[in-house]
Design a binder for this molecule. Sequence first.
Ligand SMILES: Nc1ncnc2c1ncn2[C@@H]1O[C@H](COP(=O)(O)OP(=O)(O)OP(=O)(O)O)[C@@H](O)[C@H]1O
Length: 267
Amino acid sequence: MSIIQISDLRYQYPASDFQLSINQLSIADSLVAIVGQNGAGKSTLFKLLTGLIQPQKGEININQQNLARLTPEERLRTIGIIFQDPSSQLFNATVEKEVAWSLSQLESDAELIQATIKKALASVGLTKLKDQNPFDLSLPEKKLLTIATVLAINPQIYLFDEPMMSLDWPSQRLVTVLIQHLAQTGHQVIAITHDMDWVAATFPKMVALAAGNVVFEGVPTNFFSCPEPVKKAGLLPPRIMTIAQEVFNDHQVYLTPQDYAEKHLVH
Ligand SMILES: Nc1ncnc2c1ncn2[C@@H]1O[C@H](COP(=O)(O)OP(=O)(O)OP(=O)(O)O)[C@@H](O)[C@H]1O
């Protein structure tokens, strides 16, 4: 399991008042959601974690190694990135070649490459589409293909930007199961998301940002039990909590409908 340590980090865009400012943040859990309203700084943190932009101050260490000093190959093996818009990540002529391209940056054994591609495509249910042009795929299929390209590399950390966005229900389920499997098999998964139902049901840990600062880090139950950080982050609790509050004037924390049922219907 990886540990990401962020210290004294500052990032400001040219000609913008916004500043991302994180004094100390340690991400040491296998499944972590990063949440916050529009403009809170989630994507800026994502870009810093991927090394796409460099902080003006401070540093990000992964397993005590400074991210800025990793070689391109070390970076590929350390952090896999799944962008919000899959089209920005796809440029090969076939689905199979797309997965092969990223893998060939690290591996030269043709047999190993073939076996890995097969496994990665099977994991996301795209085996039958291996000869298709990626641009002919549906949006959920494109997203699953970008995940397969990263699965093939098998990095320590998977960084997802809004993974649920533009996925239909079966693909959302598939991605959730995949993410849980990755976390259970020694990887670290960090996902930026607006989807509080998904966070509450899936993530044991979360970090909330507001106006470029960390306003909460910890378990979802604690986050949703304190209205103050939820309000500060401009977020709503899971829908089941809103229903319980508005219909039954019940202000307890419920992470999922199952959670509600267990507390009320079983006993
Ligand atoms: N390239 C840029 N140049 C100038 N300002 C930027 C740039 N990118 C983002 N910003 C500003 O930085 C702030 C934080 O943006 P960021 O995209 O990190 O927020 P976010 O939490 O990811 O929001 P969203 O949920 O809308 O994606 C916003 O005020 C945004 O307008």
